[in-house]
Design a protein around this ligand. Structure first.
Ligand code: ZN
Ligand code: ZN
Length: 306
């Protein structure tokens, strides 16, 4: 087995999502065609959104891995958030389409299901494929810090819950003869999809807004800086932001006003090397200052944080 770089494996997973999405979509439409069920229709409709979303994620992942260029000097990491936001919007659109179909069926009173067992078996098979694929996407996406892959995985997982609910409900409808359960289930599917779409949009917008690292990671960064800044007097104004899989860190490093540029630069290089070692895709900017910029009184413990 060959070992792929994170970039290759992320791109491969994104491409895989397109093919899995197409296969699942075919199965779900077959299930609808067999039965004429509105609930299965709503499930199939959602799978079109999955294919479009997988295409968007594939594009975003390709763009986000491009190296920095003169037009985008900090890199292209945030492209992934765009695809995640687009995915959220598509999820919401799918929910609206389902509600429109339910309304149409309700108006024309054409509720009824044919060949339920065959249709449910086909839809169930599609759901099993989706569940496996979603788990792979979420796990590898987290490992590679790819918001687009994680969003795609969560979206597909929503689909699985949707399908499971629909299948259980339709089995109930067939056994009891309560056919109104079919459109009712479609409405529940739509509401669940709306909620999931809202969550995907919210977390991606957070990324576009330059969210800082979480508290645990912040403390870890402080510890690494403290442990590697011997010779400096103080560190203050530590700021972080996350852009896709990249972490940007900046802070002020106070040194003795008489220290040479060479010596203070050596301290900076040591801190940068230590941060690079334990944080993947990190960019560090350090602003060196003389001791009259210190925020803490002189004589406090070695290299404290203000
Ligand atoms: Zn300062
Ligand atoms: Zn340098």
């Amino acid at each position: 087995m060959t070992i792929l770089s994170p970039k290759q494996s992320v791109a491969r997973l994104a491409a895989g999502s397109i093919f899995v999405g197409l296969g699942v979509m075919g199965l779900k439409f077959l299930a609808w065609w067999l039965t004429g069920s509105v609930a299965l229709y709503s499930d199939a409709l959602e799978s079109i959104v999955n294919v479009i979303a997988a295409l968007a994620a594939f594009w975003a992942i390709k763009v986000s891995h491009r190296p920095a260029d003169s037009g985008h000097q900090y890199g292209h990491h945030k492209a992934e958030y765009f695809s995640a936001v687009l995915e959220g919007v598509l999820i919401v659109l799918a929910a609206v389409l389902i509600l429109v179909e339910v309304w149409r069926v309700w108006q024309t009173r054409t509720v009824g299901i044919e060949a339920p067992w065959e249709g449910l078996a086909v839809n169930g098979f599609a759901a099993v494929i989706n569940a496996g694929w979603a788990t792979i996407l979420i796990r590898s996406g987290r490992r590679a810090r790819s918001p687009a892959l994680v969003a795609d995985g969560h979206h597909i997982m929503t689909d699985v819950f949707t399908s499971a609910g629909v299948i259980v409900g339709l089995v109930g409808a067939v056994l009891t003869g309560w056919m109104f359960l079919d459109p009712l289930l479609a409405v529940i599917v739509a509401l669940n999809i709306l909620w999931q779409g809202w969550k995907v949009i919210g977390s991606s917008l957070d990324g576009l807004m330059d969210r800082a690292v979480d508290m645990e990671e912040h403390v870890r960064i402080r510890d690494i800086i403290s442990a590697n800044s011997a010779g400096a007097l103080e560190v203050h104004d530590l700021k972080t932001r996350i852009a896709g899989r990249a972490t940007f860190i900046e802070f002020h490093l106070v040194v003795d006003a008489d220290m040479t540029v060479g010596d203070s630069h050596a301290i900076c290089d040591r801190i940068e090397a230590a941060l690079r070692e334990s944080i993947p895709s990190v960019r560090v900017i350090i602003h060196v200052e003389p001791d009259d910029e210190a925020k803490l009184p002189k004589g406090t413990a070695a290299v404290p944080f203000a």
